[in-house]
Design a protein around this ligand. Structure first.
Ligand code: PFF
Length: 452
């Protein structure tokens, strides 16, 4: 038996970019704008911000603390802290959640691959807005195209994750994340300088509280967890690859700030353009696939901007997909590098098969309904509204219950100068505020879908 090679990030920056890469993805760039567009614009964004800061940040810090404390991937981490109990099921729930989440996440990843390929071959110049709507419908309902693209997206993910934490995930995140920020800034500058852009900026940034409903609040909470990759224990696994000297609170604050910053950029890229072109912000899921091509089709060098945007969306989506696959792979290999390649391929292929019905949900399987939802919507509902909040709730209960307060403080202070008062605030947020808020929202969500 050879010595097991412990996976590790090479630098603090590598860890932050990989964790930010997991967080920043379809949640911030695709979901947030369309949900904000249908649920009150600025008011939604403000509530999302509050949840992200007061619930998301403490949870992220809790996941980091568990991971670095144990130096083990999620399932083993919970088992180490609470041996012989059922708590390691939080980790297993995370593995199952990652598996299902990646199966439909990769379908949307595939759409991006298709759009990117199209931007190189036929371009977007000269088409009318309604033609983009039609193009989107035709794209997502073509069974061979979507399944093939889903496969290509997963293949890219597998090829990186099989390379391991340093040579795969960290290396690619270090290139993709800075590229994403630069590309995004270029797009935002273009968007906010369009004629009539100010109306869109106002829609996105000026909260109109009259538009807040119970539903707005529920969506904002789900969005905050989804956009920070919380409740899946991915951040436990990622922080287990950290050497001990890094400041966990600082890393958590950096990741939350980066995610908020990108969410802000996404809104500023999209809403000014929506209003400038007289489109509807409440377009729903196709929003970026219709609005942005329409914008790019009518400006000089539009095709280049379109290629840039689709590339950045692909980078952001891939770095999130890496973390989802890594969560599954790490739970199989338990840090044994020799098993990584095989585990990555087996997990990847199973995820591909699981994703096929989701890929077909907008075409040949659109008539097949599961509890009134398409297969894709059912998966999204199950993951985003049931499994993620449940995982987050269990982590919020587990952390103060199974780790002593002093041990938590010690772990968080390693490599940081965290003040006791800040720690005490975190402790109250994680022990009381987070679980109570999740339970309230959780019951509402289930109620809203008539499951009880
Ligand atoms: N945070 C990712 C996004 O916003 O697109 C999605 C995600 C990745 C959610 C990993 C949960 C997760 F564990």
């Amino acid at each position: 038996m050879g010595q097991k090679q412990q996976e590790q990030w090479t630098s603090k920056l590598g860890f932050i970019l990989a964790a930010a890469g997991s967080a920043i993805g379809l949640g911030a760039i695709w979901k947030l704008p369309y949900v904000a567009g249908t649920s009150g614009g600025g008011a939604f964004f403000l509530i999302f911000l509050l949840f992200t800061i007061f619930l998301g940040l403490p949870l992220l810090l809790a996941e980091f603390t568990i991971g670095r404390h144990t130096q083990k991937e999620a399932v083993s981490a919970y088992r180490t802290i609470a041996p012989g109990s059922f708590w390691h099921w939080i980790g297993k729930l995370g593995v199952g959640t990652s598996f299902l989440l990646l199966s439909f996440y990769s379908v949307v990843g595939g759409w991006i691959v298709i759009y990117l390929a199209r931007s190189f071959t036929q371009g977007v110049q000269g088409l009318e807005v309604n033609q983009f709507g039609q193009m989107f419908e035709e794209t997502i309902s073509n069974p061979f195209l979507v399944v093939f693209a889903h496969f290509i997206f997963l293949l890219m993910t597998i090829l990186v994750v099989q390379g391991g934490v340093q040579k795969g995930i960290e290396r690619f995140s270090k290139i993709m994340m800075p590229a994403l920020f630069i590309l995004f800034l270029i797009i935002v500058i273009r968007s906010v300088t369009l004629e009539g852009a100010s109306e869109g900026i106002q829609f996105f940034l000026m909260p109109d509280f009259s538009s807040i409903t119970g539903e707005t609040i529920l969506f904002a909470l789900g969005q905050a967890f989804f956009a920070l990759s919380l409740g899946v224990s991915i951040m436990v696994t990622y922080s287990s690859y950290l050497k001990s000297g890094e400041s966990l609170p600082k890393s958590a604050v950096s990741i939350v700030s980066l995610t908020i910053f990108i969410s802000l950029l996404a809104g500023l890229a999209i809403f000014p353009a929506v209003f400038s072109f007289g489109l509807e912000p409440a377009e729903g899921p196709p929003l970026i696939f219709i609005v942005l091509p329409a914008v790019f089709s009518s400006i000089p060098l539009g095709n280049i901007f379109f290629i840039l945007f689709m590339s950045l969306l692909l980078f952001a989506t891939l770095t999130s997909a890496f973390s989802l696959l890594e969560m599954v792979v790490a739970s199989i290999t338990k840090n044994d590098a020799a098993k990584r390649k095989k585990a990555t391929w087996v997990a990847g292929i199973l995820i591909f098969i699981m994703g096929i019905p989701s890929a077909l949900s907008f075409g040949v399987m659109s008539g097949v309904s599961f509890f009134g939802h398409s297969f894709f919507d059912l998966m999204d509902f199950l993951v985003s509204n049931v499994m993620l909040p449940l995982g987050a709730l269990l982590i919020a209960i587990f952390t103060p219950l199974k780790l002593k307060k002093d041990a938590l403080y010690e772990e968080m202070r390693r490599g940081s100068s965290l003040k006791r008062v800040m720690f005490d605030i975190w402790y109250i947020l994680i022990k009381y505020v987070t679980p109570i808020a999740i339970i309230i929202v959780f019951l509402h969500v289930l109620g809203a879908f008539d499951l009880f």
